[in-house]
Design a protein. Structure first.
Length: 90
């Protein structure tokens, strides 16, 4: 089983596109939540990652990973594949 990946995005966000491109390139399925026009989704994002003020915000197995730069940093460090291979809890 693979990890549960979620990403909060906004319309026309280049960092969101960059993060999704990395995930897509790895063949990772993810749930995307566009907060552009939905205040409740933005509030949900901030509730899950209280210091989050920008998008994207990425969660792997319900753990806040951070944004696009954080995701790419995990990739450069060789840590992302292991996180993506971990089964979702439960």
């Amino acid at each position: 089983m693979t990890a549960k990946v979620e990403i909060y995005t906004k319309f026309a966000c280049p960092y969101c596109v960059r993060a999704k491109h990395l995930l897509d390139g790895k063949g990772v399925a993810y749930d995307e939540y566009d907060i552009s026009m939905d205040r409740s989704l933005r509030d949900e994002m901030v509730g899950r990652a209280p210091n989050a003020r920008t998008v994207p915000q990425i969660f792997i197995n319900d753990k806040a990973v951070g944004g696009s730069d954080d995701l790419h940093s995990l990739e450069r460090q060789g840590k992302l594949n292991a996180m993506l291979a971990d089964s979702a809890p439960g």
